[in-house]
Design a protein around this ligand. Structure first.
Ligand code: DI6
Ligand code: FE
Length: 423
């Protein structure tokens, strides 16, 4: 279909060489650009044009010039935001931990369960026992659930294998999730999630195995986009993580860190020292850690699902992060132990209820800052000409509703790379 849209003013940015594939009109648009106030809202009635999967024009409809478009669609006043990005998940795993959930409700602590051989290790056993097909089909259901809420990019960590074969299998399954759905899956090697039983009291040797064998293989086969670790007294020490990160750098892999979740272990400083994309959790991060994150440009990824599930009372240093200008992201941390929450909208709601992030901070945290936490801000996370046309189209009257409601089917359309995706 060829439609000629004729209006008075020439737009400032036009792809003059080609026609446009799709023009969305009569929209409200929240660009979420950080150089614009108030959600980066564009006028009262706005339009957005897409060509070759990229945004080519955004502006007030009255500024739209004459263009040949293959298809034009009126959004009847619906809102467009950047598609959401879940920048921290563990959605590939075997089994579940519902029985532990009951034990915890009866009074057992996370640490007690872990020391009795449950906790992460029970998921490690179930994951080692699961076939790739089984891991894939269970994880695909989680990807689809996230996409039904407007999520177009999901980061997926390994870390429930803790041996060469299972860690590789988890990453292969994660890569396949990306191949078999339009959702973009970014994979992270988290072999340093906890010390496996085979290396009990010998965490150094396990780190050596990761650095000498697993990480080089993963890098060579391009199975991971980043490397993560868990810096905590129950997992790995600062020097052990430093060795891991130095090895990641040698293989040109960016790093991120589970930092200061249960105690101030200097995780934020360590992440910053290595120029990490992000430091995640941060409940116990000090002011020094916050300053270090600002200096390194790392994103603070807040995970209110784990905070809630663990019954944590120590809040991350939100005011310090804000006043120091550290970009804040929000993610689901979906995992069977500490955040059985496969819903980014729920994480947004929890971030505002538990951490008092404003709805705008929650949306920036699942778009612009989540993209930055994955090293993807040049490509997505805000609505700007040149960026990938990953759009969430909502039946809402204002984007503040996105951190307010949960469980309501407000997503009218999810576009990934310029194409509607129905999960
Ligand atoms: N921090 C967490 O909250 C999860 N991993 C991590 O490093 C816990 C994972 C689990 O309990 O299965
Ligand atoms: Fe996590």
């Amino acid at each position: 279909m060829i439609i000629f849209v004729a209006t008075a003013v020439e737009p400032t940015w036009i792809n003059r060489m080609s026609d446009w594939d799709l023009l969305l009109t009569n929209a409200r648009i929240a660009t979420m650009r950080d150089d614009a106030p108030d959600y980066g809202v564009v006028g009262e009635s706005a339009a957005l044009a897409i060509n070759d999967g990229r945004i080519v024009w955004i502006g007030e409809q009255s500024a739209l010039g004459n263009h040949k478009v293959k298809e034009s669609r009126s959004l009847d006043g619906r809102w467009i935001t950047p598609a959401l990005i879940d920048c921290h998940t563990h959605i590939v795993f075997g089994g579940d931990r519902a029985a532990e959930f009951e034990q915890r409700l009866r009074g057992a602590s996370y640490e007690e369960i872990a020391r009795a051989g449950g906790g992460i290790m029970s998921t490690v056993r179930a994951t080692r026992d699961a076939s790739a097909d089984k891991l894939f089909s269970a994880a695909m259901i989680r990807v689809q659930s996230l996409a039904r809420e407007g999520v177009a990019t999901v980061e997926v960590k390994s870390g429930y294998g803790l041996d060469r074969d299972t860690e590789i299998r988890m990453l292969e399954v994660a890569r396949k999730l990306g191949q078999e759905s339009a959702v973009d899956i970014r994979t992270t090697l988290l072999a340093a999630h906890t010390v496996p039983p085979e290396f009990a009291n010998n965490a150094d040797d396990y780190i050596d195995l990761i650095c000498d064998e697993l990480l080089p293989e993963v890098a060579q086969r391009k199975l991971a986009d980043a490397v993560d670790g868990y810096c905590e007294s129950i997992a790995f020490s600062g020097p052990q993580i430093a060795k891991l990160f130095a090895t990641a750098a040698k293989h040109d892999l960016p790093v991120k860190l589970h930092a200061d979740q249960l105690s101030d272990s200097g995780g934020a400083e360590l992440a910053a020292y290595f120029g990490a994309l992000s430091a995640d959790h941060l409940e116990y991060t000090s002011q020094k850690g916050v300053k270090a994150l600002f200096d390194s440009g790392s994103v603070a990824v807040l995970l209110p699902g784990a905070f809630l599930t663990l019954g944590e009372t120590q809040l991350p240093p939100i005011d310090d992060l804000r006043s120091n200008g550290v970009p804040i992201a929000v993610a689901s941390d979906c995992n069977p132990g500490t955040s059985p929450i496969c819903s980014l909208r729920t994480a947004m709601m929890l971030a505002s209820r538990l951490f008092r992030l404003t709805p705008e901070e929650c949306l920036a945290g699942t778009t612009r800052n989540a993209a930055r936490a994955l090293g993807l801000l040049d490509d997505r996370g805000t609505l700007e000409p040149g960026k990938r046309a990953d759009l969430a189209i909502w039946d809402i009257s204002h984007p503040r509703e996105l951190a307010y409601w949960t469980g309501t089917p407000q997503l009218a359309d999810l576009m990934i790379g310029g194409h509607t995706y129905v999960p």
